[in-house]
Design a binder for this molecule. Structure first.
Ligand SMILES: CC(C)(COP(=O)(O)OP(=O)(O)OC[C@H]1O[C@@H](n2cnc3c(N)ncnc32)[C@H](O)[C@@H]1OP(=O)(O)O)[C@@H](O)C(=O)NCCC(=O)NCCS
Length: 272
């Protein structure tokens, strides 16, 4: 794409001493004078990088990406076109979500935030993780190393997601969910955390489900609030899980019922 002749747009905040624009910053990008961008970073036209943002060596920022103040982006990260990083939540008046100041979003080295994804302030994204196109990761969520959040999936506030987790497309991970390492959630899995659908005292907790290490959950499964799915368990496609699932159990149907145990040869250590 040809570069416009005009100089890069720089915000009116005071320039840092000795600051020079990195060679790879397109003149059509808006880069705060108080951002710290490594010399070899590539920034495409139309990207906006706010004050106090740091971008590590070898990172790439796509066209139209918006990186809000204070966000920390590690070396070799890829921020694709139209991604929004460090967004602050907009809560409804009666929301029970915490309203305190949020820590900066931290994106670990080698992570990718794909086109149109929105990742909030206060989240921590692990090294080499991939947040898919149009996925949505809320405040204070933690995502472990090499985890993939699929296209269009939502990970709601305060959820904790371990390392090497696969969350396929269009999954809804409700707030407070715990997903341990090596879990697999198939497409369009839905988790829930409120049996009353909003008709409970404000102080009453809304427990998200817990997915123990290396469990697998098939496409279209619905998990009702507070359920624990045991380590290495297998939930068949389309099930509605209304009771805890034992470690290594295969469950199926509506409501999900035990049918057998996961075979030795299907345990994760055979498939690493
Ligand atoms: C569980 C699963 C592996 C099939 O298991 P299976 O033991 O091979 O099942 P079978 O085809 O031998 O069927 C055994 C019985 O269970 C039923 N059954 C199979 N899958 C079922 C399911 N998901 N829900 C309810 N019943 C199911 C069959 O109809 C059959 O019933 P019958 O004995 O009355 O005829 C499969 O249904 C499944 O869930 N796969 C996961 C796919 C997925 O979501 N992947 C995610 C990434 S794409």
């Amino acid at each position: 794409m040809p570069r416009p002749a005009s100089p890069p747009t720089v915000s009116p905040d005071p320039p840092a001493t000795g600051r020079r624009l990195a060679a790879g910053v397109d003149p059509g990008a808006h880069l705060s004078s108080r951002a710290a961008v490594a010399a070899d970073v590539s920034v495409a036209p139309g990207a906006v990088i706010g004050a106090g943002v740091s971008v590590g060596a070898g990172a790439v920022v796509g066209s139209g990406a918006v990186i809000h103040d204070g966000t920390e982006i590690g070396a070799r990260c890829v921020i694709e076109d139209g991604a929004i990083l460090g967004k602050r939540p907009r809560l409804r008046a009666r929301s029970t979500a915490p309203r305190g100041e949020l820590a900066p979003l931290v994106v670990g080295p080698g992570a990718s935030i794909c086109a149109g994804a929105v990742v909030y302030a206060g989240a921590v994204i692990g090294a080499e993780a991939i947040i898919g196109d149009q996925a949505h990761v809320r405040e204070r969520v933690t995502i472990g190393e090499r985890t993939v959040i699929g296209r269009g999936s939502s990970v709601e506030l305060d959820a904790r997601v371990g390392a090497r987790v696969i969350v396929q497309s269009n999954v809804y991970v409700t707030s407070g969910t715990v997903i341990e390492d090596d879990v697999f959630l198939g497409p369009a899995v839905v988790t829930t955390n409120d049996h009353t659908m909003g008709r409970h005292p404000r102080e009453e907790p809304t427990p998200g489900p817990v997915f123990r290490r290396a469990c697998r959950v098939g496409g279209g499964v619905v998990v009702v609030p507070g359920i624990v799915v045991g380590a290495e368990a297998f939930v068949a496609a389309g099930a509605v899980v209304t009771a805890d699932v034992a470690e290594r159990a295969v469950v199926m149907g509506v409501p999900a019922r035990f049918v057998r145990e996961v075979e030795d040869e299907d345990l994760l250590e055979r498939w690493r």
